[in-house]
Design a protein around this ligand. Sequence first.
Ligand code: MCN
Ligand code: CUM
Length: 792
Amino acid sequence: MSTFVDNDQRPLGHGRMLRKEDRRFVRGRGTYVDDISLPGMLHLAVLRSPVAHARIVGVDTLAAEAHPKVKAVVTGAMLAERGLAWMPTLSGDVQAVLATDKVRFQGQEVAFVVAEDRYAARDALELIDVEYDVLEPVVDVRRALDDDAPLIRDDLEGKRDNHCFDWETGDPAATAAVFDRAEVVVRQELVFPRVHPAPMETCGAVADYDRVEERLTLWATTQAPHAHRTLLSMFAGLPEHRIRVVSPDIGGGFGNKVPIYPGYVHAIVGSMLTGRPVKWTEDRTENLVASGFARDYVMQGEIAATRDGRILGLRSHVLADHGAFNGTAAPRKFPGGFFGVFTGSYDLEAAYCSMTAVHTNKAPGGVAYACSFRIAEAVYLVERMVDLLAAELGRDPVSLRMQNFIRPEQFPYTSRTGWVYDSGDYPRAMAEALRIAGYDELRAEQAERRSRGELMGIGVSFFTEAVGAGPRKDMDMLGLGMADGCELRVHPTGSAVIRLAVQTQGQGHETTFAQLVAEELGIRPDDVDVVHGDTDNTPYGLGTYGSRSTPVSGAAAVLAARRVRDKARLIAAGMLEVAPEDLEWTKDDSGGRFDVRGVPDTGVTIQQIAMRAHGAGDLPAGVEGGLDAQISYNPDNLTYPFGAYICVVDVDPGTAVVKVRRFIAVDDCGTRINEMIVEGQIHGGLADGIGMALMEFIGFDEHGNCLGGSLMDYLIPTALEVPDWECGTTVTPSPHHPIGAKGVGESATVGSPPAVVNAVVDALALYGVRHADMPLTPSRVWEAMQGRAAPP
Ligand code: MCN
Ligand code: CUM
């Protein structure tokens, strides 16, 4: 269907190309978990706690069991008898599959019903009678460690308080020393509120347990099918080779689909109990109230500098709200995720961060919503602190950043907290953003508008991310090393199939991974099929999050294709009766081929080689038949994409409504496989950033009721709230990635919130406003304009 392929540029590999997967999506032919329907399938509904903290006195299920369409009603007590009431989380905590002793957040799973249809299952929930002895909840993270705070995790032996973990990074003594001699120190508390990834498709699963073969097939909305298979095997005691996890089309993940949710386990238990397939699908409120949240950091920021603007040090203490169970997905060595890159894009002398994580009566989760493992929080901290310093010094925020950037010749650069930034050219990206924005003219316009009392703001942010976890020696989840497998097979006629450990949720892997192989082998991307999201049919790997697919699996795909090409060279040498080193690989619009060096157009095409590899006739000595390759790629380092963002806002002085007038985004993710997909990733992330900065908020009242439980309450930006993005590009390849690509999937979400907040604060400078916390809703902006503190 070449009509869908915009083949104007480099049709054989990298370059702008429409997405192959959209052929089915635009025709409504995608297959999402909720589209799976199996013969005899039953439906599962979950009874959730209406209160945030309570002891369970009793659960009466008799009336529900008597419902004519109900096949099973399961409580925590029943699971406890089988040792299944608690499951491990990705960060080594445990989480209740169904509550036994207490409920610890509103929306927690208390019981489930399996019935003949979804309506009956829902109806039967209302027939279950749960008696709760309501306890005082811990809602305010700042109160969680008070002596008189109620204890949430009394399930954990010896637990006396709501402390979850401590973590620190950097050099406290060296940092104290630079703060002592600094001429200027600026301090500010910054809150990155709890938000939610809110994917269009909620979470769900279909479990099919075959009692005869003792095999489980689980279709699930998972970003990490292999990791989930291993954990399910370890937890449920099923042999791993009898578990197949399938992640079909996924309608957005954004980190929300990394954890293993109790609902997946409910579906499995339901299928084992009934002997029939069981489907579980969350509704919108269940997704918003009970599945993985994001952020929820209260950060004390301190920045030290000389009076002429040289940044000397950065210090931070973070109070991290991890909710009732620590369900964060982050490599084991990094309980605070990659917050350690909080020194950002600046060459400073010392830095130190300490973190205290606590439990509260809120839903578990933690690392989600395009955050690059907490780099969203880190970038927000440093980019707000640099702007606060600029305001204190009376400096332009751009020139202060330019003065302190890590310089291009300093790469590879080891940060003060030990991260090795692979490559970068920050001044170039910033200069490009200034050029697109017309920065000087914008400042002139702002001065002119200010003289008329108009509130125009210009916000700048510059981010550096660390994406692409491993390497496996430093990074693992529950002992599973973060490397990715990849398997490439070239068929006799020269088309190919590549099998990946990562899984797309909308990022376009079916296109970009085909392009990677096509570029290396000189075949058309349409001739490469991408298979993923099925543990029976793909090699092992840890899945898609932390923008790791391109840095890790993308590298694996390229290296597998190069292995195939190396083998093709040997076979071509046999076909042409020359030595392999006398062959030259060439690629043009008609495809890839090996020619005898210096004798163009005499050689054999990749298709001819593929046929010989599988066909009759002798192959050179020592060369096996077939044209396949398999690899497990362990990256040398993370990749460090970066970017310069400029946001222009107008604030209505009468209503305090913020309007984003312009947004300029210059992103550098190294070599781009597909410009169009990269732009799409950036556009989506920028909208996320505007959402978080201006409207998205999962709040709680004093009883622990979640106030963000529907899309009427949890506002996400629409086309009306976002401007036409003005994107620019610089390309600084990663030195250790085989094509120089860096990840990009979270860049804009990470980089844009501080640009928006910096713009709003800049607009409010006339009112003497120094800082206001997200989300900058009209009421918060109005409060700030009144010179009063924002409401909690
Ligand atoms: N790409 C490219 N050139 C590069 C880098 C990336 O062409 N130099 C392409 C990739 O090949 C891929 C896409 O851009 O098709 C994103 O690649 P990458 O940065 O490797 O990120 P992942 O594929 O690992 O995606 C994960 C990332 C994360 S962690 C979140 S959260 C998020 C994001 O992607 N969730 C998304 N973007 C999303 N986009 C959609 N539509 N849906 C989600 O759930
Ligand atoms: Cu932090 S959300 Mo993404 O890494 O799946």
